[in-house]
Design a protein around this ligand. Sequence first.
Ligand SMILES: [Zn+2]
Length: 355
Amino acid sequence: MPHPTDPLALGQQLVAIIEGGRRTATYKLAVLMALLDLAVESVPDNPDAAVDVDLDDLTSRVIELYWRQMRPLDGHLLRQSADGRGVIFDAVSDLRAKATTHRTQGLDLVVAHESERYRATHAVVKRTLVRYPLKLLQNLTSGGEQDRFLYDDSWMGTDSQGRVADHGNKLTLFPGVCVTLARLAPLLKPAFQLAWVDDVRRMNKNLLDEGPDLAHHLFGADRVSLQRAGDALTDRFGRACFYCDTMLYRQRHVDHVLPWSRVGIDGLANLVVSCQGCNSSKSDRLPAPAHVKRALNRGRDTLDGLAAEINWPSQYDRVLAAGHGLYSTQPAGTPIWQGRNHITSLGRVDINWFG
Ligand SMILES: [Zn+2]
């Protein structure tokens, strides 16, 4: 079976997935988004290597995506399928309804403190993913032999947990696919998000006439809740802007060092406080690797400890992995944010610079 790792060919096939007719549910988009993020965080040293994706990790990412999207918008739970039903949405919204710790906090707290409940949801979602969207994702046409271009799905479509275990509880991205996905992620992620916003708007026509900012609701960073992390960071590391060292008196911003739009990580290891000027000048740009290194050099133990104190995820390892993946797959010359109004281009990055 041909496994194109030519970025253009793979990109075209992925775009074909999102253009392939009207979706009746957003499952495939969720799986694709999760795969993109995991690819960025799993970039191997050898670009031609086949890369395993743990199905439990993939499932957790899909739950994370829906969890955020299922917070009410103007009091409404948005539909994620044409008829408003579906095993995965029902399982996640049921978890939201029954979980007692999430109202002021996030999914990570439910994972930590209501682990049995979370595990049950996770099992249902994983089973459903293997049975349908993971099996159907690469089906670009109706009938006929398909060229699988991401991973071998021949054993999927099953409800059997034994079958999943027999296959190592993982899917394996074909040689070269992981790096190609990571390289394409900055192009594909916004395209998938647009398609997702479009689907949700269509599936919720009756609720969304007034056109609230649906894209922000589904994919934006939650600025309000970040302030709690900002307070903890200020207490521990001081009131100066992380980037320019200006003392912050009133306008304190909480900034994602690796941009939220790129990696979707709001663990403490990826958060700093910054001044208005740096925050708006940096925007969604990739920061100079030195900034990421400094953020991580605050120390894993310190960040993990602080995170535990305020019941916030730390996600140190995810920042480390995503930083490695992002910088090692950027073409030379990519614009890099050094500081306020100071953009340079990325040189060759020593991918061991986190070591
Ligand atoms: Zn600043």
